[in-house]
Design a protein around this ligand. Sequence first.
Ligand code: FES
Length: 156
Amino acid sequence: MPDNEATLEIAHLVRDFKPADGDLMGALHAVQHHYGYVPKIAMKVVARQLRLSEAKVYGAATFYSEFRLTPPPETLISWCSGPTCRLKGGDRIRQALETELGIGMGQNTPDNKLGLHFGQCNGTCEHAAQLWVDGKVTGPLTAADAVRLVRNLKDS
Ligand code: FES
C-alpha cells in the first residue's frame, strides 16, 4: 500500500483518540489490531493525532512487549517457557526448533512463514511439554515431535 494511502487509513483508525487524554496506548492498540503490527508510518500519524513527538510514540511502541513492529508470521509457534514444560523437555524442544528453523527465540523465518516466540504458562500443564500453534495448544511433545511438526508446517 502506498504511504499516502496508508497514512489516510491510519489517520481514520485513530481519529477518535484525543491529545492529552492518555490515548497513546489505545491508538497503538487500534493500529495493531487492524494490521497485526504497528507499521513505522503509524508512529508519525499517531504522533500527529495526539500532538506528541514521534520519539515518544516510538518509545511506547518499543517499550511495551505487546506491540509488534514487524508483520506477524503466517504461523506463530509459541514455546511455553513455564516450569512444567521446561521440566518435561521444553528446553530440548526450544533448542531443536531454533536449529531446525535457523532462527532464535522471538524471530521469524526470512520468508515470514513461521515465527518462534516465547509463551508463558497458560495453565494447561497437563499437555507439557507443549507448543502453541497460532494459539492452539499442541502437546505433550518431544523434541523430535516438535521438529516433525515444524517441518510439516514449513512444507504446507
Ligand atoms: S508450564 Fe507450560 S503450560 Fe504450564
